[in-house]
Design a protein around this ligand. Structure first.
Ligand code: NAP
Length: 261
C-alpha cells in the first residue's frame, strides 16, 4: 500500500531502539525524512546510519533527553523552520514496583517522561501542522492505559494523564487536518520487555525461560510483538489513509487484554 507520505518530515522521539526505532524505520521506508532522537550518541548514530542506508532517506540524529526542556529544544532546533508533518512521541517507561514504593519525585519523573514531554512536543509542533492543514501525531503509550498492570503504577498514572489530554485535544485539532492517536503496546520483544521479564526472574526466583513461558501463555497470539509490527501500524496512522481515525487508543497486544471494545 502506498502510504502517500513520501517527502514528509517526521520527528521520532526515543527512537534508537525498540518500538521507536520500528516507527522510524517504517516511516523512512515510506519515504519520510526523520529527525531521530535518543540519548546515547553511539547507539543513535548507528541506528540513523542503518536506516539511512536501508532506505536512502535523510535521517538526522539528535542526541538529547526528550524529557527535559533543553533536550526538546535541541530536537526542535534540528528540525529547523522547514516544518514537521509527523510527530511520534516516545520515552523510556518508568520502573515497576508497588504502590508504596514511590514518592513525589518518582511521580514527577514519570509525569515528565510519559505525560508532559509528549504534551510539550505536541504544543510546539501542532501550530505549524494546523497552519499547513495537515499533521499526524502518534503517542506510544501502553496497554496499561486500558488494562492496568498492577506493578506499573507510575506508568498507569502518567500515561492515563496523557490519554486524557489527547482525548480532548484530538477533537480540537481534527478540523484543521491534524490527526492524533495513541498506540498501546502490549508485550514486545525489546530491551524494555527484557527488563520486565528480568524483574519477574529476580522477584520470583524462576528462570528466564519460565518467566517468558508464563507471559506467552497470557498472549493469544503466542508470541511477543515485534518492532516491525509496531512500526507498520504507526506508519499507517501517519499515512494519508488515517484521516478519519481521530483520538483512538489502539491496542497492539496479541489479544492479551480480554476487553471487547
Ligand atoms: P526500549 O527498547 O528500551 O527503547 C527505548 C528507546 O528510548 C531507546 O532508543 C532509548 O535510547 C530511548 N530513550 C529512553 N529514554 C529516553 C529519553 N529520556 N530521551 C530520549 N530517548 C530516550 O523500549 P521500548 O520497548 O521500545 O519501549 C518504548 C516505550 O513503550 C516505553 O515507554 C515503554 O515503557 C513502552 N512500552 C513498551 C512495551 C514493550 O513490551 N516493549 C510494552 C508497553 C509499553 P537511550 O537510552 O539511548 O536514550
Amino acid at each position: 500500500m502506498d502510504l502517500g507520505i513520501a517527502g514528509k518530515r517526521a520527528i521520532v522521539c526515543a527512537g534508537s531502539k525498540g518500538l521507536g526505532r520500528g516507527c522510524a524505520e517504517a516511516l523512512a521506508r515510506a519515504g519520510v525524512e526523520v529527525i531521530l532522537n535518543a540519548r546515547n550518541v553511539d547507539t543513535l548514530a548507528a541506528t540513523a546510519n542503518d536506516i539511512a542506508a536501508a532506505t536512502g532517506v535523510k535521517i538526522t540524529p539528535v542526541a538529547a533527553d526528550i524529557t527535559t526542556p533543553e533536550g526538546r529544544a535541541e530536537v526542535l532546533a534540528a528540525a529547523g523552520d522547514a516544518g514537521v508533518d509527523i510527530l511520534v512521541n516516545n520515552a523510556g517507561g518508568p520502573p515497576p514496583g508497588v504502590w508504596s514504593d514511590w514518592d513525589r519525585d518518582d511521580f514527577i519523573a514519570a509525569l515528565d517522561a510519559n505525560m508532559l514531554a509528549p504534551i510539550a512536543m505536541m504544543q510546539a509542533l501542532m501550530p505549524g501542522m494546523i497552519n499547513r492543514g495537515w499533521g499526524r501525531v502518534v503517542n506510544i503509550t501502553s496497554q496499561s492505559v486500558r488494562a492496568p498492570i498492577a506493578q506499573l503504577g507510575l506508568s498507569n498514572s502518567a500515561r492515563s494523564g496523557l490519554t486524557g489530554f489527547v482525548a480532548g485535544t484530538a477533537r480540537q485539532v481534527a478540523p484543521d487536518g491534524v490527526v492524533i492517536n495513541n498506540l498501546l503496546p502490549g508485550i514486545h520483544a525489546t530491551d524494555r520487555a527484557k527488563s520486565l521479564d528480568q524483574k519477574v526472574v529476580d522477584d520470583e526466583g524462576i528462570s528466564m525461560h519460565d518467566a517468558k513461558a508464563r507471559r506467552l501463555a497470557t498472549i493469544p497470539a503466542r508470541r511477543y510483538g515485534s518492532a516491525e509490527d509496531f512500526g507498520a501500524m504507526c506508519a499507517f496512522l501517519c499515512s494519508q489513509h488515517a484521516g478519519f481515525i481521530i483520538g483512538q487508543n489502539i491496542m497492539l497486544d496479541g489479544g492479551a487484554a480480554n476487553i471487547s471494545v
